[in-house]
Design a protein around this ligand. Structure first.
Ligand code: SF4
Length: 212
């Protein structure tokens, strides 16, 4: 079987297992979606879901967040990790959205990355969810599993992102992140690759190496 055939089997299996659409965070405006993705770093989806109704019930526009006290923003997001830092970033980021972009989050990676608290991972995910912009988001799960599958060799997320953009068809870029997160939380975990129960085993380089 060629490398491309193996990759296509893996992609089809991931679509079957986890679907092609991710369940997104609750939001009514683009700045709220960006805020939800920022809050999700180093936090579980459950922690973020707990915080959002209160936060977005109080703040309807980026201007309202920009004008609020950091302590008040903190009070709505205590359920998420690093909430003090995130509250500060959220205020600053909303100030930028309000003053520099008229209340609308910009739609290019270059500009989104200028916003406070927005790194490459958050920016790529936001653009994919908000505007359908194709992009591969390399988090710890995507990095680890793409190396184990034999799709990437890059030493860091940026190199791996470039390799995956070459290795994968563009219509899979946006969904590969959540699909590999699901696999990485259950089967191909950081502590142990459970190859014996993995639905991708017959097409995986690491599994094949172990056999040889
Ligand atoms: S076969 Fe093993 S290494 Fe490969 S993806 Fe599955 S669990 Fe991970």
């Amino acid at each position: 079987m060629t490398k491309k055939e193996k990759r296509d089997h893996v992609l089809a299996r991931l679509d079957e297992l986890y679907g092609t659409e991710k369940e997104g965070f609750y939001h009514n405006a683009d700045w709220q979606l960006l805020a939800a993705i920022m809050l999700s770093a180093q936090s579980t989806d459950k922690q973020v879901d707990e915080a959002l109704p209160g936060l977005f019930g109080r703040f309807h526009t980026a201007k309202e967040v920009a004008e609020a006290d950091v302590e008040e923003i903190e009070s709505y997001i205590r359920s998420v990790g690093l909430y003090k830092n995130k509250a500060k970033n959220l205020k600053k980021c909303c100030e930028q959205i309000w003053k520099e972009y008229g209340g609308k989050v910009p739609d290019t990676l270059e500009e989104v990355l200028k916003l406070a608290g927005v790194g490459r991972k958050t920016g790529t995910l936001f653009l994919a969810d908000a505007y359908g912009t194709p992009g591969v988001t390399v988090d710890t799960h995507v990095f680890r599993i793409s190396h184990r599958l034999g799709w990437a060799k890059g030493k860091n997320p940026v190199e791996t992102e470039a390799e995956l953009m070459k290795a994968l068809p563009v219509d899979h870029w946006n969904r590969i992140n959540f699909q590999l997160i699901y696999l990485g939380r259950s089967v191909c975990t950081a502590r142990r690759a459970r190859c014996e129960e993995c639905p991708l085993a017959e097409w995986c380089e690491k599994k094949l190496e172990r056999k040889s």
